[in-house]
Every structure is written in C-alpha cells, then in structure tokens.
Design a protein around this ligand. Sequence first.
Ligand SMILES: O=C(CO)COP(=O)(O)O
Ligand SMILES: [Zn+2]
Length: 211
Amino acid sequence: MNESALREHICSCGKSLYDRGLATGSSGNISVRLDDGWLLTPTNACLGHLDPARLSKLDWQGNLISGDPASKEAFLHRAMYEERGSAGAIVHLHSTHSAAVSCMSGLDACDCIPPLTAYFVMKIGKLPLVPYHRPGDPQLGDAIRGLAGKHSAVLLANHGPVVSGKTLEAAMYASEELEETAKLFLMLRGHNPRALNEEQIAELRRVFQLD
Ligand SMILES: O=C(CO)COP(=O)(O)O
Ligand SMILES: [Zn+2]
C-alpha cells in the first residue's frame, strides 16, 4: 500500500474499532511504518473521526514532519518499532476487558492471560504486563524496550494493550483476539478453566510457524 492508501486504511480501521466500542472518546492510537518515517494518529483525536490529511507523520527521531501534533504515546510506538523490525503497524487501545485485566492484582507479570484458546496463542502468545506509568511518560518507552523484542504485544498496567503486527490488519485482528480472550478470562474466573497444555501450544507453534 502507498502512503495515501495507508492513511485511508488507518482512518477506516479507527472507525471500525470505534463503531464496535473497542475505542471510545479520544483513547487509543494507531501507527503504521512507511518507507520514509511513520504515520501516527494525532493526540486527542477520536479514532472514529480521523482525517487522513491530518494524521501525524514522524521521522525516526520522533520529529513531526507534517500533520497535527502526534499522540503522546509516540515514544511508546517508536520503542516497539525499534525493537521489532518486522512490525509494520501498532494498535494501542483501552478496550474494556483488556483494560479490566490490566487492573487485576495477582497477575503473572510474564504471562497475564493463560493460553485459553488456540487463536490467543496464535495471535498474541505470552502477554507480559508493563508496570504502571502515566500516559505519555517517556519511561514507558524504556519499559517496552525490554519486552518488545520477545513479545509482539504487551499489556500496560491499569491502562490497556499495545499490539504490533506485520500489517495494520494483523495488529487489529490480534488486538481484537486479545480483547475477546480477556473477556473469556474474566468470565471464567472461579470456573477452574482448562488452558491449552505445552504439547498443544508446541503443535500450534510448529503448524503455524509462530515466532
Ligand atoms: O490512549 C491514549 C493515551 O494512552 C491517548 O493518547 P493520545 O490522544 O495522545 O493518542
Ligand atoms: Zn492509552
């Protein structure tokens, strides 16, 4: 896709997330990698009403090349791209069930949602919890840097998920799978759920060539 098609794609994905209640108000942000920098949604923008011409275009030092002032989470996206050369897009949401899990005490910080379903393993894998930082805190970039090399997705404590993918479509599908699995995880609390075992996970890794 060329830059103008990617701009349109960010706006239609934002609208789709907003229309289905996965993004509300001005929360969340979306970015995609370009040949000459990257595009990011502007700060305080509603993902349901984005304007392709006003998206923020940035260089790899984080400077604004064109468009409206960038999301306050720009450094977070940049840290993820720097650690993950294969990432072509990143979606950050405050989607309700994932955000609810991010507020739970007693989570395993290396793996906050168990492998309940095959699609969760295939699209997300192990999901680490990033300790709480305020939105826009530059230290979040450093916290992500330590994890993003090994994980395509992370969960920010008391905040929400950050999910990367080869394409925007892949990052969005993975974000949606995470949200649905977070919902299952909450529904199944107290029901002694049976997660996939190591052998079943190994089979998924082999058959679907997961990294
Ligand atoms: O989700 C958000 C902060 O974490 C939204 O921030 P921005 O409006 O600056 O993108
Ligand atoms: Zn946020």
